[in-house]
Ligand binder design. Structure first.
Ligand code: NAD
Length: 356
């Protein structure tokens, strides 16, 4: 068995964390009797330097011919990069928006996991964190208010929030399928006490739920969900919600973990193609210094194995290796506290490979 993986390292620490992740993927492939064929493409600032645009057509072709896309990060230093310019379409970040659109990535999956070994990093009280937290936020990415009709006049403006049955059904299926692989609970977040579009969302989600009788479905208003994430995060397994509510709640859920270098993400298209990337940016302040935390990207690659390459055991292996490395006290500088064994990017990758 072999899979084609498009590799877009991007800028800053992108190459550091992606190279490290490929080492882990190769070890996992060998252990599971699989071969990964990698094809590199340019995106972001480096693509502007070499081709004049942040997402060259070649890169898009490579992605479309692949089973999955592994991305590092794009962008230069905030407020002082050679790619700063008034034309938004020629900034590195425009490459990200373009690739999401071109690949039809409609579902964004962001796990918020507090590892037992890192629970002090959470801004929540220890009694709320308990032995750790594991939530998956599934956000609809290509519809809703961000993509509705927009209009501005002298004394008013509006943005239309619209969802079709098809759009809600497909994101609900992603959430229920993910829940089937986890703790079998979906919390659908909406504002159905006020919005027609939310009442419609709820009706469609209820209908999809009938296909997953083993999964418990709970509905929650978004204002309550924002409070419950902080008050009692253990009640959540999978949260599914629309674009704007998901934008806010996925950041809130991420921040209760307290570690930007640990946050993975997946964006899925219809079928099995997906794009996998860490939540953090290109961190130009630490690029090329072998100190970036590669775990967010390594955990994103585990999501790739689970959601695009149908290798759930291999994904479990990577996640278990990460848990064990942390439990044994190894940390990159960003998550280290006194007494930890501080290691660099490459060494962290080697340790995770060793623990697989
Ligand atoms: P950032 O996430 O790059 O960095 C914020 C802080 O976190 C920095 O101090 C950085 O050193 C640290 N950090 C981030 N990732 C880390 C890691 N893996 N290990 C250790 N420390 C880490 O955010 P920023 O500084 O606001 O943005 C820098 C550039 O990245 C900008 O050009 C921005 O537009 C871009 N950006 C890209 C993405 C993406 O590619 N998806 C996301 C966010 C920001």
């Amino acid at each position: 068995m072999s899979y084609k993986i498009a590799v877009l390292k991007g800028d800053g620490i992108g190459p550091d964390v992606v190279d490290c992740t490929i080492g882990v993927l190769n070890k996992v492939a060998a252990e599971h009797g699989t071969v990964f064929e990698y094809t590199e493409g340019l995106i972001g600032g480096i693509a502007i330097d070499e081709t004049g645009v942040p997402l060259p057509g070649d890169t898009l072709d490579i992605c479309k011919r692949s089973d999955a896309v592994l991305l590092g990060a794009v962008g230069g230093a905030v407020g002082g990069s050679k790619w700063d310019n008034p034309d938004g379409s020629l900034r590195p970040e425009a490459g990200l928006l373009a690739i999401r659109k071109e690949l039809g990535l409609f579902a964004n999956l962001r796990p918020a996991v507090i590892y037992p070994a890192l629970k002090e990093a959470s801004p929540l009280k220890p009694e709320i964190v308990g032995e750790g937290i594991d939530i998956l936020v599934v956000r609809e990415l290509t519809g809703g208010i961000y993509f509705g009709e927009k209009h501005t006049e002298e004394d008013f403006a509006y943005d239309q929030m619209k969802y079709s049955t098809h759009e809600v059904r497909r994101i609900a299926h992603v959430a229920f399928k993910a829940a089937m692989k986890r703790n079998k609970k979906v919390t659908s977040v909406d504002k159905a006490n006020v919005l027609d579009v939310s009442r419609f969302w709820r009706k469609v989600v209820v209908d999809v739920a009938k296909e997953y009788p083993e999964v418990e479905l709970v509905h929650m208003y978004v204002d309550n969900a924002a409070m419950q994430l902080i008050k009692d995060p253990h009640q959540f397994d999978v949260i599914v919600t629309g674009n704007m509510f998901g934008d806010i709640l996925s950041d809130e859920a991420a921040m209760i973990t307290g570690s930007i270098g640990m946050l993975a993400s997946a964006s899925l298209a219809e079928g099995t193609l997906g794009l996998y990337e860490p939540v953090h940016g290109s961190a130009p302040d630490i690029a090329g210094k072998d100190i970036a935390n590669p775990i967010a990207t390594i955990l994103s690659s585990a999501m790739m194995l689970r959601y695009s390459l149908d290798m759930p055991e291999a994904a479990d292996d990577i996640e278990a290796a990460v848990t064990k490395v942390l439990a044994d006290g190894y940390r990159t500088a960003d998550i280290a506290k006194e007494g930890d064994k501080v290691v660099g990017t490459a060494r962290m990758g080697e340790l995770i490979k060793k623990y697989l």
